[in-house]
Design a protein around this ligand. Structure first.
Ligand code: PEP
Ligand code: MG
Length: 539
């Protein structure tokens, strides 16, 4: 039995088997093989495994984002049957007497180069697909396949660290908990764990190599502790805690359908944060009054190319339809800093948190922005949509955004494509936006305070830097004063203000927020009912 303490991100308890996610070494080595025929058979077996994985991904994607968006997994399955591709791999294995991983990597480079040089846009896009399926094959062949989402039994994921794009690709139903050696409590990976309702411990000091795949483990988010190979006594204790947690959850479920009003009758709207369409299940389960923040950038992560307008439209439409007239606030692309996708080609930056991210990308690469706006406006017909813009620092930015939105509306009008008039608001997550919130409030319909970034920029603390977790104090008086300033300025202009950063879910501050006049709190779905209870107890 081995016990390690770390920082708890979500206070639940889990008991189950471990799946170690080893960091994959992308460089493929060329080695000689004694039996090329057996090596080719190994390649064929890997193709079968890849097809099974892709079929599962296809079915999952059909259920979550619809047939059109899922079609890519069918294309990938077909590519695995492409004769030219298979013959090339076979030729290299048998002709050079080398390993299948190497043959696949070379074939991948050759084919993707050919596709990329074609004039036809469709064929060009296939270059990324060839790379994608080849990487999958190499991972299977080399045994470094993380199998994210491929196991049947839910597991405890143990990793060195996880990026948001790795996390977002995981099959959430198959994860009991996360344990990582590195990571900061304010990172998006931690936020995702909270959103998924799963216990998570980060910063636990063990050697990844010393943890055996498939061993039993307990993740105790209440104590901030992980136990590998627990003894019988620890297992019994964990089972008792899990039962208690379930009991507590059942009691909270009694608050479903009840109003979120203080005893004196003041309503605070309680909405949920989501990253993806699949998170809607948690929203419904926890009876959120709406969606206060959909981090749309998660649609862009964990993939090889931009999501098309149609793919985005389908995702937004599904969220709006499912929420059936309740408010849905979708934030436009907030990519950059820790949320990275290679195909954006953002390059390395010395200070990514202070860098080229979010609205700065949208205002300079307007085609990316317009595609998203078109998808959003088209989807507006299916529910009660509000659009929110991240990382705002000036009134000029808001004016520029409106110009672009109007251009998109005009294009839609010309094509007679209908859309609704939607509320447009901004994130208050930079000190600049707080200081000019009196001016900004004149131009927008609402504010939503992103306390995660507001804390980072106000306290000059990189939220990704795990060494600074002890200094990152979102209860800092400076943050509370800023919230008050922004709330007063919003209300002076008759606008509403919410909080969608993690601080919004802090039960110690709920009463303070009510007293400040905060109109809405948007929190991870699992926090909706606990906060409803607190709000209903406020005098
Ligand atoms: C925030 O900064 O508080 C916020 C809600 O946005 P994100 O965490 O995605 O940066
Ligand atoms: Mg932010």
């Amino acid at each position: 039995m081995e016990k390690y303490s770390g920082k708890s991100v979500y206070k639940g308890v889990a008991l189950g088997r471990v799946m170690v996610l080893a960091k994959t070494d992308d460089s493929v080595k060329r080695t000689r093989v004694a039996d090329p025929e057996a090596e080719f058979a190994r390649f064929e077996a890997a193709c079968d495994t890849a097809k099974e994985q892709l079929q599962k991904l296809y079915e999952k994607a059909v259920a979550e984002v619809g047939e059109a968006s899922a079609a890519i997994f069918e294309v990938h399955q077909m590519m695995l049957e492409d004769e030219d591709y298979i013959e090339s791999v076979q030729g290299i294995i048998t002709g050079e007497g080398v390993n299948a991983e190497y043959a696949v990597a070379v074939t991948s480079d050759n084919f993707s180069e050919i596709f990329a040089s074609m004039d036809d846009d469709y064929m060009k896009a296939r270059a990324a697909d060839v790379k994608d399926i080849s990487n999958r094959l190499v991972r299977i062949l080399s045994g470094t396949d993380t199998g994210t989402g491929m196991t049947d039994e839910p597991v405890i994921i143990v990793a060195d660290d996880l990026t948001p794009s790795e996390t977002v690709q995981m099959d959430k139903d198959k994860i009991l908990a996360f344990v990582t050696i590195h990571g900061s409590t304010n990172s998006h990976t931690a936020i995702l764990a909270r959103m998924m309702n799963i216990p998570a411990i980060i910063g636990a000091p063990f050697e990844l190599e010393s943890i055996e795949n498939n061993c039993m483990a307990i993740v105790d988010g209440i104590k901030g502790e992980v136990i590998f190979d627990p003894d019988e006594k620890a297992v019994q204790e964990a089972k008792t805690k899990i039962a208690k947690e379930e009991e507590k959850h059942k009691l909270l479920l009694e608050l479903k359908g009840k109003e979120t009003k203080t005893k004196s009758g003041k309503e605070i709207k309680l909405y949920a944060n989501i990253g993806n369409v699949s998170d809607l299940a948690y929203v419904l389960e926890n009876d959120a009054g709406g969606i206060g923040l959909m981090r749309s950038e998660f649609l862009y992560l964990g993939r090889e190319d931009f999501p098309t307008e149609e793919e985005q439209f389908q995702a937004y439409k599904k969220v709006l339809q499912t929420m059936a007239g309740k408010k849905v606030i979708i934030r436009t692309l907030d990519i950059g800093a820790d949320k990275k996708a290679d195909y954006f080609n953002l390059g390395e930056e010395d200070n990514p948190a202070l860098g080229y991210r979010a609205i700065r990308i949208c205002l300079t690469q307007t085609e990316i922005f317009k595609t998203q706006l078109r998808a959003l406006l088209r989807a507006s017909n299916y529910g009660n949509l509000s659009i929110m813009y991240p990382m705002i620092i000036s009134v000029e930015e808001v004016k520029k955004i409106y110009e672009i939105v109007n251009e998109v509306k005009q294009e839609l009008d010309e094509k007679k494509i209908p859309y609704k008039d939607v509320e447009q608001g901004i994130m208050i997550e930079t000190p600049a936006s707080v200081m000019i919130s009196d001016e900004l409030a004149k131009y927008v319909d609402f504010f939503s305070v992103g306390t995660n970034d507001l804390t980072q920029y106000t306290l000059a603390i990189d939220r990704q830097n795990e060494k600074l977790d002890a200094f990152y104090n979102p209860h800092h008086e400076a943050i509370l004063r800023m919230l008050r300033i922004a709330a007063d300025n919003a209300h002076k202009e008759g606008k509403w203000i919410g909080i969608c950063g993690e601080l919004g879910a802090d039960p110690e501050l709920t009463e303070t927020f009510a007293e400040m006049g905060i109109d809405e709190l948007s929190v991870s779905p699992s926090m909706v009912l606990p906060l409803r209870k607190i709000i209903r107890d406020i005098p």
